[in-house]
Design a protein. Sequence first.
Length: 178
Amino acid sequence: MNQLFWRCATISELMINEKIRDREVRLIGVNGEQLGIMSSREAMKLAEEAELDLVKIAPTAKPPVCKIIDYGKYRYELARKEKEAKKKQKVVEIKEIRMSPNIESNDLNTKMSAAKKFLEKGNKVKVTLRFRGREMAHMQSRKHILDDFAESLADVAVIEKAPKVEGRNISMVLAEKK
């Protein structure tokens, strides 16, 4: 069984020129005008006459849509658009604040101001209450520290993930209030 397998998976590997094996294609001209449905050979001839490439831009359409364009220029434009989109993306970081169950009020206020700064910058804050040794026996009675922490930051933050026991820790996630 000698079968030939070929595929067009990603935008970066669009089918061009001789790789287009469809019987009929819908052709779009150089200036974006519809040239109608024709055989892929005719479309290839038109592209060669214009000294440009025939590129399949919509392979799933019936019939597939091809366009006469300069392939190198088209790839460059796609790469530039992708780069611009990456620039505009905002990466949200999760900053962690760790506390012990017997934290003093001044230390708690310092941690709150740090959390407030993180939230104002657009980051999320994971607040973790760490228990060690004998402190493990009083986990549930110290859960109120996280509740107070969230309550004092209620003007700038909302609880995204409620306080949850995870092994020796109780943690919650705060996000900026919209």
